[in-house]
Design a binder for this molecule. Structure first.
Ligand code: G6P
Length: 610
């Protein structure tokens, strides 16, 4: 979703801003723009399409500046066009970039029109530029004008603002959308994400809700929501530059699929000993709290929601804890009944997903007494995200930066964290020991699954001319089928749907004919015989089957059925291992179709608006 980067320095900031935008490309966007302040002039350049299109325009007419803001836009209000791209400008002196949605932009626009402002875009953001301009007239001070402006806004925003007449000052503020302050030597920056600024600094301040920062190349001042000047800690980012680069891989997604053995190992190490889970690596306070859990609500979006759906099978079967899993966008607008001693769990790669954050805030608003939650736990991949900062307990997925829009290693490490949580809540020491032993083998199993890459690449060729695909699974493999279908949809634009195999005859069987590929996930488990019957139903209608199964499943390639031989994986861990070939399938179909694998059309990595 929209990305912001801004800088005040003693050198030309144009290349810094451009590199920052490139590093924010992964968030998903459709146009880009930059405004530079230089010698009493405000120069704005915007382009539809990739950041490279903006770079080409800037190269045609270079105008260096020591102060600037830049933006990648993911369209919400108004189509994809140059006039809707940010920065938005007012009175040729104010330039604004924005991530979020201003919900009351219509009445504000009317008021500003009556005051004589002309609107050139269809965006909600343009009102912010004009409002700041109108307030600047009153005080003459940019920070005061921005503060007065945001007091009038409803909705979510991260904003960065510069003014032609104040050639070193950048004002930025956030409420509901992420923003970090980068602290350099004789230069300061803001961005939506630390990754944007890694080439210029490692020192960051994670701005809090309501914070406003006034920065020049020399200094910065942070003012909190109440108007008081505050000190926020400067934290050094442990991210390496290479962690956010593709290296020798063709796409980030492929690199991230291949990083899974390491990411999984980093996620369990230090938490799982030879015979127990979280035996020592958890505070006494957290353990006491978790020991009191009698019910679990899991809330998330997209791929993270699928991880929650798998966890429900684990938590109920292994820890005997009733569990409800819900989409954050649904949860936040209903009036849920909260059982006694219920733990509220959010799952999120980014920790900034607007619906998930809103759901957390709603859950917290219920208090901890009757009708409220025992505590909140975030399972998240971004340590300094809003979600981790606002939750009582945090369990980090150590997946490392995930750049491809389609989530891969974040999903499998979320699954592992959920399994660790289940294992910890499991009462039987023997069962915990058995699970700990299996987890020690997980990375090796996933490495063996990756050896199927070539076979899956060949298989993918059969999907290139297809319009639809069905995914089938039972038990915990049903959410994995959902994840497989989502991956294929997201990056190859092929219509894919997942069904619990038992539901086949309640509708989807009507779609099955020789043109419909059906992908089934069939490891040896308690559901296998039922899955096999469902596969017969598909074959009987001429459907073409592609089955991921291990040798113990007893399924063989034959007419109308292609079996991909998976290595043996422990039944509990199978959802993690069986995700990997489905990621590879989606990846190779997308490559064969020539789609934009890492930045699929219309999608965003971090969905910071509702
Ligand atoms: C977007 C991403 C998905 C992700 C979902 C939830 O739709 O494209 O890959 O699963 O948001 O994101 P989160 O960061 O909360 O896991």
């Amino acid at each position: 979703m929209c990305g912001i980067v801004g800088a005040s320095a003693q050198r030309n900031v144009e290349p810094i801003l451009l590199e920052g935008l490139r590093r924010l490309e992964y968030r998903g966007y459709d146009s880009a723009g930059m405004a530079l302040v230089n010698d009493g002039a405000l120069d704005r350049t915007r382009a539809v399409g990739k950041v490279q299109a903006l770079a080409d325009k800037l190269a045609e007419a270079p105008r260096p500046g020591v102060l600037g803001i830049a933006h990648t836009r993911w369209a919400t209000h108004g189509g994809v066009s140059e006039t809707n791209a940010h920065p938005h400008v007012s009175s040729s002196r104010i330039a604004v970039v924005h991530n979020g949605i201003i919900e009351n932009f219509e009445p504000l626009r009317e008021r500003l029109r009556e005051a004589g402002y002309e609107f050139t875009s269809q965006t909600d953001t343009e009102v912010v530029a004009h409002l700041i301009d109108s307030h600047l007239g009153d005080s003459g001070d940019l920070a005061t004008a921005v503060r007065t402006t945001v007091d009038e806004l409803d909705g979510a925003y991260a904003l960065a603002v510069v003014c032609r007449d104040d050639p070193h000052t950048l004002v930025a503020t956030r409420s509901g959308s992420p923003l970090v302050l980068g602290v350099g030597i004789g230069e300061h920056f803001v961005a939506s994400d630390v990754a944007a600024l890694l080439p210029v600094t490692r020192d960051f301040i994670y701005l809090e809700e309501g914070d406003l920062v006034v920065l020049t190349h020399e200094r910065y001042t942070i003012i909190d929501g109440s108007g008081a000047e505050v000190d926020r800690p400067v934290k050094e980012s442990g991210l390496s530059l290479s962690a956010t680069e593709k290296g020798s891989y063709r796409h980030f997604m492929l690199k991230e699929i291949y990083e899974q053995p390491r990411a999984l190992a980093e996620t369990w190490q230090g938490r799982v000993s030879a015979d127990d889970i979280f035996a020592s690596s958890i505070s006494a306070e957290a353990r006491e709290l978790l020991d009191g859990v009698e019910y679990i609500h899991i809330v998330a979006c997209g791929t993270s929601h699928h991880a929650g759906l798998v966890a429900r099978y684990w938590l109920e079967a292994m820890a005997r804890i009733p569990c409800n899993v819900e989409l954050a966008s649904e949860y936040r607008y209903r009036d849920p009944v909260v059982p006694k001693n219920c733990l509220f769990v959010t799952l999120s790669q980014s920790g900034e997903t607007a619906d998930t954050l809103a759901a957390l805030r709603y859950a917290k608003s219920l208090g901890t007494g009757d009708g409220g939650y025992l505590a909140t736990l975030a399972i998240c991949n971004k340590p300094e995200s809003s979600l981790t900062r606002e939750s009582d307990l945090v369990l980090m997925t150590h997946a490392g930066p995930e750049i491809g829009v389609a989530s891969t290693k974040a999903f499998t490490t979320q699954l592992l964290c959920l399994l660790l949580l289940t294992g910890m809540l499991e009462r039987s020491a023997d069962d915990r020991r058995a699970l700990a032993e299996e987890i020690h083998q997980l990375a090796t199993s996933v490495e063996r699954v990756l050896e199927l890459d070539n076979a899956i690449r060949h298989l993918a060729e059969e999907f290139v001319d297809k319009d639809h695909a069905l995914f089938l699974g039972r038990g915990p493999m049903y959410p994995i089928a959902m994840e497989g279908a989502l991956k294929l949809k997201e990056i190859s634009y092929l219509h894919a749907e997942a069904y619990a195999a038992g539901e086949l005859k309640h509708g989807p069987l009507a779609l099955v004919d020789e043109k419909m590929p059906v992908i089934a996930i069939a490891p040896k488990n308690d559901w296998l015989e039922k899955v096999k019957s469902n596969l017969q139903e598909v074959r009987a209608r001429g459907g073409k089957l592609y089955v991921f199964a291990d040798a113990a499943s007893g399924l063989d390639t034959g007419p109308g059925i292609t079996v991909l031989d998976m290595p043996h994986v422990d039944e509990t861990l199978a959802p993690i291992a069986y995700t990997v070939p489905l990621q590879l399938l989606a990846y190779h179909v997308a490559v064969a179709k020539g789609t934009d694998v890492d930045q699929p059309r219309n999608l965003a990595k971090s969905v910071t608006v509702e």
